[in-house]
Design a protein around this ligand. Sequence first.
Ligand code: GUN
Length: 312
Amino acid sequence: MPESGSKMTPATTHQARLIDGRAMAMRVRAELARQVATLITRHRVTPGLAAILVGEDPASQIYVRNKGRQTREAGMQSFETRLPATVSQSDLLEHVARLNEDPAVHGILVQLPLPRQIDELAVIDAIAPQKDVDGFSIINTGLLAARGMGMIPCTPLGCLLMLKEYVGDLSGQRALVVGRSNIVGKPMAQLLLRENCTVTIAHSRTRDLAEECRRADILIAAIGKPRLIKGDWIRPGATVIDVGINRISVPSPNGPREKLVGDVDFDTAVHVAGAITPVPGGVGPMTIACLLRNTFTAACAQNGIDTGQLSA
Ligand code: GUN
């Protein structure tokens, strides 16, 4: 730790290292683009990612557009299916079944959330497990929990890559995951367990969240509550990964404006943590980079190709 505890130096002069997810994601995508190029020239296989977008949700449209653009930039094929918000369960399942059979499609992603008439879990489980690049299906969930393998959900995988880069060996570290969603909290806890962390999962019913946070060497915030976790909840020197993306209204000279903030109160946390992800520019870019990585891995596996041979 720098001198934040010293009597001569006010605590606020300490600044955590910023975990630059944007720069790291660029490196992951650049390495992936090289591997994809090798896969195409050596094996004549172009990885393909299909996204299904149901309805007109603006945030989902932006996500899917960004995923499509970055897929193409990495040299892979991007397929997009847009369906109306009124689509029936059986029509949606039919689209998934068609993509399961399509040899040009190695990864399938159904953008969530889905409209109310759709049974989300049934749709996720209809995706062939080897093409389930989100890793949300019951097969991949089970593989991660019981065997520490399978397709790993992209956001937790991105968080893990950042932790490994900034912390190194995670073995024996006390990790707190705040949030128990199927998309982030639960798979994140499984991954940290696989790295030999001592893992606690906190959630909306946890009794003294501040005290739980103060014990953590690694804190993953994925609860969806803007700036909930304050600087004085954080153990000095801890590594903080903020998964939250919350839109809030803040005053400005020209009237209220929208701002993206995380689940951590960055302005106070940055003076206590050892390293911290900003929002935006932290976890978000790594999520898409990991989705592309999963698609590449899926394409190799479906063609019996060892990914290790493509790194050179
Ligand atoms: N909606 C919000 N995050 C995600 C994600 O990671 N995958 C999918 N399919 N939908 C989402």
